[in-house]
Ligand binder design. Structure first.
Ligand SMILES: *[C@@H]1O[C@H](CO)[C@@H](O)[C@H](O)[C@H]1NC(C)=O
Ligand SMILES: *[C@@H]1O[C@H](CO)[C@@H](O)[C@H](O)[C@H]1NC(C)=O
Ligand SMILES: *[C@@H]1O[C@H](CO)[C@@H](O)[C@H](O)[C@H]1NC(C)=O
Ligand SMILES: *[C@@H]1O[C@H](CO)[C@@H](O)[C@H](O)[C@H]1NC(C)=O
Length: 180
């Protein structure tokens, strides 16, 4: 009994000191910086080579003016400039769910995966409400990997251009991200 208690106390001590050490390393050895940059997502909802596809919907979605209940999955190229031919930086990948019965608004749960440029190998995770007909929408940056470990911040997005014939959209994402 006494032995078990001693072990338990020792374990708690080790655990707490590990947590404290990790915490002080984070707060003393590195400074949190705000990084601002933007990318463009090339989104296309028609064949050939659609980059966003419908995967599920409710039995009532077709009767809804806001497509309530529709779930899409996207894998859009990210480019440095608005032209498809500009430098490729990675992909926007994730789920887009029509989640409002009264506005055209989606829940976005997406990753920005960088495979070129100075953020190559890093990613940012963005979750938030995107009301598509507003000029500027704001989503939360909830985390990241690589250079963006422990990221927090927000991203402003707007529609740069829309081609109604081909269903091609160019979306601007302007990031304000705190990370170590
Ligand atoms: C579709 O993708 C294929 C393979 O990448 C490519 O060869 C073709 O040119 C693309 N078509 C269009 C219309 O973009
Ligand atoms: C909804 O509309 C789509 C496209 O017009 C059609 O393919 C689908 O079968 C419809 N679904 C229901 C449940 O009516
Ligand atoms: C991006 O990173 C990967 C993996 O580290 C590497 O193989 C690739 O060459 C890099 N690409 C560029 C353009 O730096
Ligand atoms: C943050 O800024 C400080 C001071 O300019 C710098 O020393 C540090 O390397 C920066 N950290 C990152 C992750 O860029």
């Amino acid at each position: 009994m006494a032995l078990t208690l001693t072990k338990l106390l020792l374990f708690s001590f080790l655990f707490i000191s590990t947590v404290l050490t990790a915490k002080s390393q984070l707060s003393t050895s590195k400074q949190k910086n705000l990084t601002r940059f933007h990318v463009y997502a090339q989104d296309k909802n028609t064949a050939p080579n659609a980059t966003i596809v419908n995967v599920a919907q409710a039995s009532t979605t077709n009767q809804s003016a806001t497509s309530f209940g529709l779930v899409k999955v996207a894998d859009d190229p990210l480019t440095e400039g608005p032209e498809m031919s500009s430098k490729n930086l990675g992909r926007l990948q994730g789920m887009v769910t029509s989640a409002s019965q009264s506005e055209v608004a989606v829940l976005m749960s997406i990753n920005f995966v960088f495979t070129e440029g100075k953020y190559n190998g890093s990613s940012l995770t963005v979750v938030g409400r995107n009301e598509l007909f507003l000029e500027v929408r704001e989503l939360s940056i909830v985390g990241g990997t690589g250079l963006f470990r422990l990221a927090r911040g927000y991203v402003l997005t707007s529609t740069y251009s829309a081609d109604l014939n081909t269903g091609a959209l160019v979306l601007l994402y302007d990031f304000f991200v705190y990370h170590y």
